[in-house]
Design a protein around this ligand. Sequence first.
Ligand code: R5P
Length: 274
Amino acid sequence: MVNAYLDTGIQSRMNRIINPKDNRVVMFAIDHPYFQGPTTGLRNMSKTIKTLLPYCDCLMTTRGAVRNNIALEDVGKKPIMLRVTGGNSVLNEELSDEKLTVTIKESIRMDAAGVAVSVYIGSVNQQQTIINLTEMINQAEEYGIPVLAVTAVGKNMARDLRYLALASRICQDAGARIIKTYYCEDFSKLVDYVSPTPVVVAGGKYTSPPDSLQMVHNSMEAGAVGVDFGRNIFQDDNPVGMIKSIGSIVHENYTVNEALEIYNACLPAASKLD
Ligand code: R5P
């Protein structure tokens, strides 16, 4: 179908991020060191990327990781969702105190397919983080770069439909092209509230393969276009098995048990990441 009003730059990058054939994506989140330092599974970032890049559709990471940890022969192989906010660390109780950290020109220079901004709705820095989002959207849209909004959740914030839908809808209204949020009960309602903006689901703390695969399955059933998982992949004993089994649910509609068979088939060759 030809659309004379299509925003070609945005759509072309969206097609790199979310496969237009099935409208789905397995995004691999390894942006954690921007506030957590050398966390488990990401101590040897180059190895983690080298091992798992072949199995993801898009890599969500930071400027430093793109520059230092993607092997020369892998540059350009997978679209990058570049994190462009930060400015805080786990040593500070209040993680919401973030600002824009990467310019749009730098993002273009790094060939980012999209840029990611966190918002902390309900935190003391709510306004500042929403302005980070709108400011980046104003700049990024000018160059045809889609912005992914991350509905970050502080320690004291509920991860329920009421809160996550509020945060997600604020991101949509700000102009985000993709929303990343946490899974919750009645998740299909959240997807409906922000439709047609695509929703990807964040993984959260490491749980177990059956539990996290169940969450992937539930998310897809509820209408998410995919997941943006980190710790449940790179902190698992069988990271390749984990990302492959996630992909089987996202792209091939596998059941959790079928996906677990893929996970188990990779176990003999499994090796934990540093
Ligand atoms: C949060 O601000 C970051 O974008 C995380 O990298 C993200 O939420 C995904 O990581 P995980 O699956 O480990 O929660």
